[in-house]
Write a protein that binds this ligand. Structure first.
Ligand code: C2E
Ligand code: CA
Ligand code: CA
Ligand code: CA
Length: 282
């Protein structure tokens, strides 16, 4: 029986691999053949913790697959990256997002937008051009756009990162460090870069939650204190519960993002959602 179970497992495992390979092929082919039309952007609110006001939104890509439905980015981003489709995808997303934000500004909702940029894109010469094109076409104020970069993409080549960030800053675009706490880069080196915001990864919040007693949240508070000293703003990610909210407030975070405060939603849904929050006194 043990042997049969073992064989089943092997069988399941290889079926899983086959499916994975088939999926990779489908992603690669369909993205090349213009599935870009099937990509949509959802926007998740980022909320100020002192006033409750919606300061901005993070743009999160989804694939509206004709048979499989709405797919989250972890289903296709790594394949897109490998096949060189992620940069064109981000180029499209930058234009789409800036266009939406400009529309909201015209409607009296001047929201900031944050766009995720991959390490590879950040390392290219084209990023600056892509950003400028999106800003020029939409006539969005550069200050309204934040680029989210991961620790690792900044730590790979700090000298080059600093140069690239300075160029972006010179025309007004803001930069945030994303998923902070998931890499092992040098904190001192990271925080010496010209960045405006630190986004503290959800994993630190869940870790803080697990520690019982008066120490809960101390790590979070220490990080926030450090950002304050350096004049960097902090965003807590993954606020799912009232307890999370209490923790990040107590730690002194400036901003927060998470299911409790707002789910990712379509560009059409966002304005009325923000107005409802404003009317509720947020
Ligand atoms: P991220 O940058 O850390 O984005 C936040 C992710 O956390 C989003 O998942 C969001 O839906 C999810 N999230 C928000 N609030 C909560 C919460 O309270 N609890 C939990 N458990 N999760 C929450 P999503 O949209 O699936 O995106 C996953 C990752 O994919 C993103 O992580 C980002 O790294 C990447 N990504 C998304 N869109 C893009 C894109 O356009 N370009 C690039 N390069 N990466 C993207
Ligand atoms: Ca992000
Ligand atoms: Ca993040
Ligand atoms: Ca994260």
């Amino acid at each position: 029986a043990a042997k049969a179970a073992g064989r089943d497992r092997v069988h399941l495992f290889s079926a899983g691999l086959r499916d994975a390979a088939r999926w990779r092929l489908e992603v690669a082919t369909r993205l090349r053949d213009g599935a870009l039309d099937e990509l949509v952007v959802h926007y998740q609110p980022i909320v100020r913790l002192d006033t409750g006001a919606v300061e901005g939104v993070e743009a999160l890509v989804r694939w509206q697959h004709p048979e499989r439905g709405l797919l989250p980015p972890d289903n296709f981003l790594s394949v897109a990256e490998e096949t060189g489709q992620l940069i064109p995808m981000t180029r499209w997303l930058l234009r789409e997002t800036c266009r939406n934000a400009a529309q909201w500004a015209h409607m009296g909702l001047p929201l900031r937008i944050a766009v995720n940029i991959s390490a590879r894109h950040f390392a290219t010469e084209t990023l600056v051009r892509d950003v400028r094109t999106a800003l020029r076409e939409s006539e969005l104020q550069p200050e309204q756009l934040t680029l989210e970069l991961t620790e690792t993409s900044l730590a790979e080549d700090p000298a080059r990162a600093e140069e690239q960030l300075s160029v972006l800053r010179s025309f007004g675009v803001r930069v945030a460090i994303d998923d902070f706490g998931t890499g092992w880069s040098s904190l001192a080196q990271l925080l010496a870069l010209p960045i405006g915001t630190l986004k503290i990864d959800r994993s630190l919040l869940t870790a803080a939650e697990r520690v019982s007693g008066p120490d809960a949240g101390d790590v979070l508070a220490a990080i926030v204190a450090l950002t304050r000293t350096l004049g960097i703003r902090s965003v807590a990610e993954g606020v799912e519960t009232a307890e999370h909210l209490r923790l990040v407030r107590q730690a002194g975070c400036d901003l927060a993002q998470g299911w409790l405060l707002g789910q990712p939603m379509s560009a059409d849904q966002l304005p009325s959602w923000v107005r409802a929050v404003q009317e509720a006194g947020g």
